[in-house]
Design a protein around this ligand. Structure first.
Ligand code: DCP
Ligand code: MG
Ligand code: MG
Length: 364
């Protein structure tokens, strides 16, 4: 039997996709499975300059991790380690589809990064929340072929830390009565939100663990770290975190793609730009937004970014409206900027929320 709880008590679930960029590469190149894989951002200065974005778990065993310089990673690599160039367009597209899928599990969701999101539930038990978590893992695996890790707890802090406990492909539930034990044993530096600087400062105060942090008086923490951070540490060490699960208000929606080859061909530019529109308007409509400004973004061969904007008379969410405007945006872009275009994008901005439509029934 589960303990009786306030019916409106919230439960927060954090989903984080496992070794995200590298797992995306494994699903489109199944022959990579089983080999160490490092996905890299090459800066282009020399052949090996740049850093590792992420790596799969086989590569992590060799010590190859996010942020490591590619040169160092190559020194640690085994014969069969595969180094790939990051393909952001592809990862963004997978991420967008997964985020839409996650949204079907709770209307209260906050995307926290390209591969993670918080979902909030009310009026269900922890057992039911765990069941939602298992369904969600199953849905992501079935539709996209990706595994993820899930943390469930009474707030964002605990959910996030619980998810970290169970990587990869795990699900960890920390109930309110378990948070004390969950946190106490941890080093203070493991509290999500405590950075290196704070950790060092805490050590200087003789505070190594979360349990020790909990015994520090609020006034002392606020003296050392400032009012806001001091209070945050005081609360976090007790597993208290009131921050809401709330979508950060978006300012714009857009997509950018890399062209097959650099070009100034008007028809190609119009066709490629138009292809991006349905995805953008479906995101806009999904979030019940309207826009008033449409921009064509061109990234030239020297990687400089140029945009052409058009602001409409009225707010809309119509794909047709964007598609009608694209040719004139492309024309003015081409007349203003010489040189070929390498990447292009469409963006809509100047957003407003769609008004709640009253249905005819309401007037009955
Ligand atoms: N990323 C990056 N540079 C970093 C960290 C991350 O480019 N220093 C990118 C690549 C990751 C993605 O962000 O795939 C998501 O970051 P995560 O921290 O969630 O790491 P992963 O998903 O790769 O691994 P994990 O299984 O630990 O979540
Ligand atoms: Mg991840
Ligand atoms: Mg992440």
């Amino acid at each position: 039997m589960e303990a009786w709880r306030e019916p409106q008590e919230r439960i927060v679930l954090l989903v984080d996709l496992d070794y995200f960029y590298a797992q995306c590469e494994e699903i489109r190149h199944p022959e990579l499975k089983g080999k160490p894989v490092a996905v890299c951002i090459f800066s282009g200065r020399t052949e090996n300059s740049g850093a590792v974005s992420t790596s799969n778990y086989q590569a992590r065993k060799l010590g190859i991790r996010s942020g490591l310089p590619i040169i160092a990673a190559k020194r640690m690599a085994s014969q069969d380690t595969v180094f790939l160039r990051a393909d952001m367009d592809y990862y963004e597209a997978v991420s967008t589809r997964i985020m839409s899928l996650l949204r079907t599990f709770s209307p209260v969701m906050e995307q926290a990064s390209v591969d993670e999101a918080y979902l909030e539930f009310r009026g269900i038990s922890y057992g039911e929340a765990a069941e939602r978590g298992r369904e969600l893992k199953e849905a992501v695996l079935r539709t996209e072929g990706l595994t993820c890790s899930i943390g469930i707890g009474p707030n964002k802090l605990i959910a996030k830390m619980a998810a970290g406990r169970s990587k990869p492909d795990g699900l960890t539930v920390v109930r309110p009565e378990e948070t004390d034990a969950f946190l106490s044993a941890l080093p203070a530096g493991d509290l999500f939100g405590v950075g290196k600087v704070t950790e060092t400062r805490l050590k200087e105060m003789g505070i190594e663990t979360v349990a020790q942090l909990r015994s520090a008086p609020l006034s002392k923490l606020q003296q050392t770290f400032g009012t806001g951070m001091g209070l945050w540490l005081y609360n976090a060490s007790r597993g208290v975190d009131d921050s809401p699960v709330a979508e950060k208000r978006r300012e714009q929606y857009g997509r950018i793609v890399t062209l097959k080859e650099d070009t100034r061909d008007r028809d190609i530019l119009i066709a490629e730009a138009s292809r991006l529109v349905p995805e953008i308007t479906s995101m806009v409509e999904g979030d019940r937004q309207l826009f008033k400004t449409v921009s064509f973004i061109g990234i030239l061969e020297d990687l400089s970014i140029r945009t052409k904007n058009r602001t409409l008379q009225d707010y809309t969410s119509s794909a047709e409206v964007i598609i009608q405007i694209i040719p004139s945006l492309v024309d003015s872009f081409l007349s203003e900027h010489g040189g070929k275009i390498r990447r292009l994008g469409i963006k809509v901005s100047n957003l407003t929320e769609m008004k709640q439509q009253k249905s005819l029934m309401d007037f009955g």
